[in-house]
Design a protein around this ligand. Structure first.
Ligand code: BMA
Length: 339
């Protein structure tokens, strides 16, 4: 069966062909990393960031940990999706009444266009704990922060790129106030981006494979295909030297996205390269965005490396979906509805 992306034609996304000797379904950009230490101003490290196409070019929201080692979200632009011009000042969100929204931190943003509006979700402080903040913009000049989607603590809020049966959907990962030694992916529904409910469990960390045994969390905006929603997600195992973040893939039902159709038992990418195994937090590959070209099936994944760098990797919709389908092992509760 031919697997197709249902989406835009994006002929200019970053791309490199698969090296002949690569045994994985995802291969890295040879120019990695695409951000370095001390990129601009006091940004320190830029990683776990999100991009979308806009007007034939690219725009992004970047997590930057500044000189106080507190993260904020910065806006950036790029002609080619690889070389980025990132604003040294962070985004100053305004609430709907025009007042500046100030938070001690903001991190791990995701970015999506839905019905002509760009939405950003990220992890923000809510009375002393993290939860999923939501903002919208038309022009990337003014950013209107909406109400937080969920109660604390919660991380990894990832919107679907279109309404499903008339409703907005968001994946998230209820967590604790610290480094969370557990975690499963849930999905919630909203009629208006304000009120979120009808929560369903999607995937647990109980799948075979130690790489995802401690916790899992959604990554880029789901990619729609003719066989389901393709999701990249991070999976964590706990070693005697701390957590290791890899990423894998699953395919969710198009109409009922709490149903897992396929889930790859193996990781698709795990920390191996110097910029992944060494940095502020070693052994982290944390995907937050993907660009997908419907015409060729090419996919470019943006991931944070070692909480220090931004890196790029490539795959095709055919290769990555077959990887999930041919290695699929569902965990308990993955294949049933849990309300
Ligand atoms: C998670 C998040 C990510 C980070 C990861 C590894 O809990 O805070 O931002 O990349 O830990 O440190």
């Amino acid at each position: 069966m031919e697997i197709k992306i249902i989406g835009k034609s994006l002929p200019n996304i970053p791309w490199q062909d698969k090296p002949a000797d690569c045994i994985f379904p995802v291969w890295r950009y040879t120019g990695n990393p695409i951000t370095e230490w001390n990129n601009v101003g006091k940004t320190g490290r830029i990683f776990n960031s999100a991009v979308v196409p806009k007007d034939g070019k690219f725009v992004g929201v970047f997590r930057a940990d500044g000189h106080k080692i507190l993260p904020q979200i910065h806006f950036g632009t790029s002609d080619d999706g690889i070389h980025w011009d990132i604003n040294p000042d962070y985004i100053h969100w305004k609430d709907e009444n025009g007042e500046e929204f100030v938070s001690d931190y903001g991190y791990d943003p995701r970015l999506v266009e839905i019905e002509g509006t760009y939405y950003i979700t990220w992890c923000s402080d809510f009375g002393g704990g993290p939860t999923i903040a939501v903002a919208k913009t038309q022009d990337f000049k003014e950013f209107t922060r909406l109400d937080n989607a969920f109660l604390v603590p919660n991380r990894n809020g990832v919107l679907f790129p279109r309404r499903i049966n008339g409703k907005f959907y968001m994946l998230s990962r209820p967590s604790d106030y610290g480094h969370t030694p557990f975690g499963d992916i849930y999905v919630s529904e909203s009629p208006d981006m304000i009120y979120w409910g009808r929560h369903r469990k999607v995937m647990s960390n109980k799948a075979p494979g130690w790489w995802q045994s401690t916790k899992i969390g959604a990554g880029p905006i789901p990619i729609e295909t003719n066989i389901g929603w393709l999701i990249f997600y991070h999976g964590v195992c706990n070693t005697c030297n701390g957590y290791v973040y890899s990423f894998g893939v699953a395919i969710l039902d198009r109409d009922e996205p709490w149903k897992v159709l396929y889930r790859g038992a193996d990781y698709a990418l795990t920390p191996e390269m110097p910029y992944e195994v060494s940095g502020f937090v070693p052994n982290v590959c944390f995907p937050c965005a993907a660009l997908a070209d419907a015409d060729t099936g090419r996919i470019a994944v943006y991931y944070g490396a070692a909480d220090t760098y931004t890196a790029l990797a490539f795959t095709t919709v055919d290769e990555i979906c077959k990887f999930a389908m041919e290695n699929s092992v569902l965990a308990p509760k993955d294949d049933e509805t849990v309300k």
